[in-house]
Design a protein around this ligand. Structure first.
Ligand code: ADP
Ligand code: NG1
Ligand code: MG
Length: 456
């Protein structure tokens, strides 16, 4: 039988939250909800900005999530309402969904999931749904609130129509349809949201999508700390510029190795075509690229294309006007980060002496690379990571896309209370604004469960 998202009873411990959603639903729509759908956010332990290059990543689901209280309707209307009044109501027809790429309103993320599901099922019409949404994943903080919303909407649409997709199909479909919002992400967030299992982190591999349990050292705790700098990924071109720099670097490496480069888009694809190791790829990067940024003119001359051809082989809508590309730095980050993921997984599996120190080193090296080579950190986040390391973390790094958002730190279980107190004093209490947000910004986390349907 296909591995579909489970249908469960509402856990006793969560009853109060579901009851509140249920009564908001009743006062809004005048009827009981038929069911609830839930999709979690995630924290990525290692493997940043490499999923869209085809390389494996190592996240775990978190407790924070998005929940939809829902009832289906036969008139094909989708009606979104949000418990948080910052997010305005929205209504549209299921057979008429338009998602602009330059206007990331909250309901467009949800519509990505609905549209993706309609396309996957090859439907032009279907049952609609009314829903009330509640999200507890801190938004724009690298914990994947966006994908929790997309995945929850897709799951809701599936349930409303009685369709049945496996977790893997749902994850692949949601990774594809979140692109409608404008960012060309990989599939990590959607994969872990559906495939997560309580108590274990996951190695997520792509093409084909698969997940393997990773047993984390029992005597450590992962702590999330939010820098309180928000980074809305779809509202800037930072993310897609990195995707495009990786694509162009892949194509230049492919051409210099005498391959038909135009169809090759990802570093991992190139590595398997060349039948080489990650170390050999790193060697090729060192020999092929200079460290100065490349101009578009230089890239066109290396690839022997016009700027118009480059736009269609390599660029995306919001990167057409970019003139400067850091190819050495981005390629070097990706191949070394892919190696760190392999080493992290092997170190966990081996569980020999020195495991926690080695894992910590890998995490901190990942942060340094994100900051210096991938340039996707933020001064406040760098400061926070340094404070975490000084406060006793074995390793600390930014998590998610970056440019703000959260750090994740690995801490010995026996040191956690001390660690939390020090980070609170050194980062949160040093600013009036941050000191009001400590509770939701600094917390220990453990591997949570994946998306599910809850019966009323
Ligand atoms: P991340 O995925 O790192 O949290 P993104 O920039 O990818 O950050 O997505 C953040 C966007 O997701 C927000 O700007 C908002 O539109 C949407 N979002 C997040 N949480 C909620 C929520 N609880 N309700 C509605 N929309 C949300
Ligand atoms: P966040 O921070 O959740 O927006 C993004 C991408 C991931 C991955 C990470 C960086 C989406 C939906 N998510 O995450 O695929 O590339 O950045 O490792 O685009
Ligand atoms: Mg996101």
């Amino acid at each position: 039988m296909a591995d579909v998202p489970p249908v469960e009873k509402i856990p006793e411990a969560k009853k109060e939250r579901f009851d509140k959603l249920r009564s908001t639903f009743i006062s809004k729509y005048g009827t009981e909800p038929d069911y609830f759908a839930r999709a979690p956010g995630r924290v990525n332990l290692i493997g940043e900005h490499i999923d869209y290059c085809g390389y494996a990543v190592l996240p775990m689901a978190i407790e924070q999530d998005v929940i939809f209280a829902t009832s289906s309707n036969a008139d094909g209307k989708i009606t979104f309402s949000n418990l948080n009044p910052v997010y305005k109501d929205f209504e549209c027809d299921v057979s008429d969904i338009t998602i602009p790429k330059d206007n990331p309103q909250w309901y467009f993320y949800a519509l990505c999931g609905v549209k993706g599901m309609m396309e996957h099922m090859k439907k032009t019409t279907a049952l609609g749904f009314n829903c009330v949404v509640e999200g507890t994943v801190p938004p724009s903080a690298g914990l994947s609130s966006s994908s929790a919303l997309v995945c929850c909407a897709a799951l809701t649409m599936m349930q409303a129509n009685g369709w049945s997709l496996s977790k893997q199909e749902l994850a692949d479909m949601c990774a594809h349809c979140e692109h409608y919002i404008g960012t060309e992400g990989g599939g990590m967030d959607q994969a872990i949201s559906f495939m997560a299992k309580h108590g274990t982190a996951k190695l997520i591999e792509f093409n084909p999508l698969r997940s393997t349990d990773v047993k984390l050292p029992f005597d450590t705790v992962f702590v999330i700390s939010n820098s309180c700098v928000q980074a809305n990924k779809a509202a800037s071109s930072n993310f897609n510029i990195r995707v495009v720099e990786c694509r162009i670097a892949t194509q230049i490496l492919a051409k210099s190795n005498s391959l038909e480069w135009k169809g090759i888009k990802k570093f991992a694809e190139l590595q398997s075509l060349l039948l080489t190791t990650l170390d050999e790829m790193i060697d090729k990067v060192n020999k092929t690229f200079h460290k100065e940024p490349y101009t578009k003119t230089e890239i066109c001359s290396i690839l022997e294309v016009t700027p118009e051809e480059l736009a269609s082989t390599s660029l995306s809508e919001n990167t057409l006007n970019v003139e400067s590309f850091k190819l050495y730095q981005r390629a070097s980050h990706v191949y070394n980060e892919a190696k760190r993921v392999v080493e992290f997984k092997q170190t966990c599996d081996l569980n020999a002496s020195g495991t926690v120190e080695k894992l910590g080193e890998l995490m901190t090296a990942s942060h340094d690379s994100c900051r210096d080579l991938y340039e996707c950190s933020h001064p406040d986040l760098d400061n926070l990571v340094q404070i975490c390391l000084k406060s006793g973390a074995l390793g600390s790094r930014l998590t998610g896309a970056g440019w703000g958002g959260c750090a994740v730190s690995m801490v010995r279980a026996t040191d956690v209370l001390n660690f939390l107190a020090k980070v609170r004093d050194e980062y949160y209490l040093k600013s009036e604004e941050r000191s009001t947000k400590i509770l939701e910004s600094l917390f220990a986390t453990e591997p949570g469960a994946g998306a599910a349907i809850y019966k009323v």
